[in-house]
Design a protein around this ligand. Structure first.
Ligand code: AMP
Ligand code: ZN
Ligand code: FE
Ligand code: FE
Length: 306
């Protein structure tokens, strides 16, 4: 059996390109996805639609379907919350406007991180980071890579631990959308908002996690990223159960970043992830249902907006 038929019917709905902190361009991602025989992908860059838009600008292929996508970092008091958006209109003006605000905040944050590192006596220049970023939006993984190249840190992981992670010596927080704002921005652009990799929320208690999911659903959330390299069978089963209980669609993806995250491969993650195409069909159904309701953008306050 050749590669294409073995992989037929599989998808990867979480891929990063050079438009954010991935190492492959959108075109290279499309080529790789075709090589391994994926049936659908979504480029979900951090806070930018440029990679997704570029991918959708190439002539359509009969073998590989491309869904529009984005990954938004939301403001939460602890842990990390990423909201994925799928099947959204990339030319939506309000989306573009909001993203511009978020991107400016990120750019300012990057400059302040570099200043902090310089204040610590580390010889690092903003241009060096821009040079390795591949021309897209700059993120902490790029700063980490420069620190590794300089020998200031032994690995990207160490660079995060020592300098860049929340609480690290050069950490700088930045403006982020509230979860409800991220969800509403995606809904307004006609997209399907999905909670990315729930394990990074660091909510261990199932009841607490369920409460949070209920709040997010009230704010308009439509799905949960259940299938993900770090989830393992126990978490996967838990997220399947919660998604089913609350009528949320399930999605999956590898969070492929190319060389930035070398152990994770497109389509299969750390080797054993298989995400079936039927999840894409469910996503499309969720989009149609959400469009059919006039209350697609909820206006009520929830605990999330406190
Ligand atoms: P930023 O969007 O610039 O704040 O950077 C966030 C990115 O850093 C995300 O893509 C994470 O995957 C990545 N990241 C966070 N912690 C680590 C770590 N310890 N090692 C490598 N990458 C990390
Ligand atoms: Zn990333
Ligand atoms: Fe993420
Ligand atoms: Fe991601």
């Amino acid at each position: 059996m050749d590669m294409a038929s073995r992989h037929s019917g599989w998808v990867d709905l979480h891929v990063h390109s050079t438009a954010s902190d991935g190492s492959l361009s959108p075109l290279k991602i499309i080529e790789r996805a075709k090589e391994i025989g994926l049936r659908a992908i979504a480029i979900t860059d951090h806070d930018t639609i440029e990679g997704s838009a570029e991918a959708l600008g190439y002539p359509p292929s009969s073998s590989l379907e491309i869904l529009s996508g984005i990954e938004i970092s939301a403001h939460v008091p602890s842990g990390t919350m990423h909201i994925l958006g799928y099947l959204l209109r990339l030319d939506d003006l309000s989306l573009r406007h909001t993203l511009k605000r978020v991107q400016e905040a990120r750019a300012n944050r990057n400059i302040r991180i570099v200043e902090k590192l310089q204040d610590m006596g580390i010889p690092i220049e903003y241009d060096e980071i821009a040079a390795i970023s591949g021309g897209g939006q700059i993120g902490r993984p790029h700063i980490a890579q420069v620190l590794v190249h300089k020998g200031t840190a032994r690995s990207v992981d160490e660079a995060f631990k020592t300098f860049l992670r929340k609480g690290g010596a050069a950490y700088v927080s930045r403006y982020r959308l509230l979860p409800s704002e991220a969800i509403q921005m995606i809904l307004r652009a006609g997209g399907v908002p999905v909670l990315g990799h729930p394990f990074t929320l660091d909510v261990r208690d199932e009841g607490d996690l369920e409460g949070l999911l209920v709040d997010l659903k009230e704010a308009g959330l439509k799905g949960v990223e259940v299938y993900y390299p770090e989830h393992g069978s126990e978490r996967t089963t838990q997220y399947e159960r919660l998604a089913r209980r609350h009528g949320l669609v399930m999605t999956g993806g590898t969070d492929f970043h190319g060389a930035t995250k070398p152990r994770v491969q497109m389509g299969i993650g750390r080797g054993d992830l298989r995400i079936p195409y039927r999840l894409v069909e469910k996503l499309k159904e969720a989009k149609v249902q959400s469009m059919g309701r006039s209350s697609a953008v909820p206006t009520g306050r929830s605990r999330l907006q406190k």
